[in-house]
Ligand binder design. Structure first.
Ligand SMILES: Cc1cc2nc3c(=O)[nH]c(=O)nc-3n(C[C@H](O)[C@H](O)[C@H](O)COP(=O)(O)OP(=O)(O)OC[C@H]3O[C@@H](n4cnc5c(N)ncnc54)[C@H](O)[C@@H]3O)c2cc1C
Length: 434
């Protein structure tokens, strides 16, 4: 394919790969980026919320031409049972700021835009090119890649694994273990198209304002998982995901959950009359810090989903991907300027910088949460039902005096040790949060 030796090869053109390639190309390094999709974004699935700060650190003026949908002014968190939801809404005019903090985006468009910036910075980006294996020297150091295109190996001083969650290249080279079903969620997503004014009326929005809904409860049939609904300009992204191990255990299907979520009485009116145009499924690494593979080795670093950098509690992934890609790129640029080789010992600087960033701090903070949630199906079935019936009892005006109503509510909450269990679980979750 080429006899040139690159400073760096980046595998993948998602947020982490683009951030790494952009950082290195902008600093003048020779960068080859390989993407198996027809175009960057063609293989990617995301809700999607873009967290501005991570992109701003790379491209401060991104708001001028990036394909952004709506800036988020309202967040709803719903705990759902079969016919109701108990919700918390936060909406603020303060989010209508000059430089909004969170946006909805459509990944196919966004990744294409980001990739154009990577090319402008000077990287060579080849799409429809799948990396099939890493090449190592006799000492086991990664020195390049082989692809499915004709031609020999392509060599580089360092390879950035930004190939996403199902990192087959890293696995085949023995750098990363195979994904475990308990550490990875399978999410499905649909795009529902509606006229702009209909979306704005339904959600009480004006201009580019947007609302997002994050939901949990009986919609995941007792499995640890969440659902989401995000407003774009002329569409609504809607999806749901649970751990692969739980799907295998219960026999539930992602599509079955999505159908039930769409037909829930709280969701159905929000998407009524919409035209469904896209259906996609994707894995999400949700095992947290304890399931993270190595992120540095001889001649290679891993970023984004390939390094399992997802904060499932806060629904953040793309910002961890961009930040880790940027830090990987900055470390490689730093080594190049010091004329130091990309050995494992020198690349350990990447790990050090990651430890100092919010990425690994947040991953560590929630390290006990995945197991905790997985072991407590009651969080997803019993407690949402308890809250719903308590709210209903309290709100129904039916001639019963209030003291009797409160008595009924507490009796129902205490049944099956529901209340003490809920308090105990709240304490355990709060401890895991610290
Ligand atoms: C349904 C869903 C909703 C989500 N919602 C959000 C959200 O709202 N906000 C958020 O921040 N995060 C969200 N995430 C997580 C977020 O999408 C990921 O964390 C993020 O995309 C990771 O970026 P990445 O670049 O590491 O990997 P990816 O985006 O997966 O990119 C990897 C790229 O590598 C390419 N590739 C893979 N193998 C090869 C190969 N062998 N050769 C060449 N190219 C290869 C792929 O085609 C792909 O383009 C969501 C994820 C899902 C599935």
């Amino acid at each position: 394919m080429t006899t040139e030796r690159f400073d760096a090869i980046v595998i993948g053109a998602g947020p982490s790969g683009n951030a790494a390639a952009y950082t290195m190309a902008k600093a003048g390094l020779s960068v080859l980026q390989l993407e198996r999709g027809e175009y960057p974004g063609s293989k990617n699935v995301q809700g999607a919320i873009l967290y501005a700060k991570a992109l701003e650190e790379l491209i401060p003026d991104f708001r001028e031409d990036a394909p952004l949908e709506r800036h988020i002014v309202e967040q709803r968190v719903w705990m759902m049972d079969d016919s109701s939801h108990t919700g918390m809404h936060y909406r603020s005019e303060d989010f209508n700021e000059e430089k909004p903090n969170r946006y909805t985006i459509i990944r196919a468009q966004f990744d294409k835009w980001f990739s154009a910036r990577v090319r402008e910075a000077g990287a060579l980006v080849l799409c429809e090119t799948t990396v099939t294996e890493l090449i190592k020297d006799t000492k086991g150091r990664v020195i390049g890649v082989r692809t499915d295109r004709e031609g020999g190996p392509i060599l580089a001083n360092v390879v950035v694994l930004a190939e996403g969650v199902n990192g087959l290249v890293g696995q085949r080279a023995g750098l990363h273990p195979e994904l475990k079903p308990k550490d990875v969620a399978l999410a499905v997503k649909e795009m529902h198209f509606l006229p702009q004014d209909v979306i704005e009326q339904r959600f009480g929005l004006k201009g580019d304002e947007g609302t997002v809904i994050e939901a949990l409860g009986t919609i995941t049939k007792g499995m640890a998982g969440t659902a989401f609904l995000y407003t774009n300009k002329e569409s609504i992204s809607l999806g749901i995901g649970c751990l692969v191990a739980d799907f295998a255990r219960t026999g539930e299907t992602p599509y079955g959950l999505l159908e039930a979520f769409k037909n829930h009485p709280s969701i159905r009116p929000l998407i009524a009359g919409a035209e469904v145009k896209e259906y996609a499924a994707h894995l999400i690494p949700e095992g947290g810090y304890k399931a993270m593979p190595e992120i540095v080795g001889e001649g290679w670093v891993a970023a984004g989903d390939a390094a399992h950098l997802v904060n499932a509690v806060h629904r953040e992934g793309s910002n961890l991907a961009m930040t880790s890609g940027r830090i990987a790129g900055e470390t490689i640029v730093w080594l190049k300027r010091r004329r130091e080789e990309c050995t494992g010992a020198n690349l350990a600087e990447y790990r050090k910088r990651m430890e100092a960033s919010f990425v690994l701090k947040d991953m560590k903070k929630y390290k006990n949460v995945p197991v905790l949630l997985h072991e407590r199906p009651q969080l997803f079935n019993l407690y949402p039902r308890m809250l719903s019936s308590a709210a209903q009892e309290y709100l129904r005006v039916d001639g019963t005096d209030k003291r009797s109503k409160e008595g009924r509510i507490f009796a129902a909450l205490r049944r099956d040790r529901g209340l003490s269990g809920m308090i105990g679980d709240a304490v355990r979750v709060a401890r895991a949060w610290r």
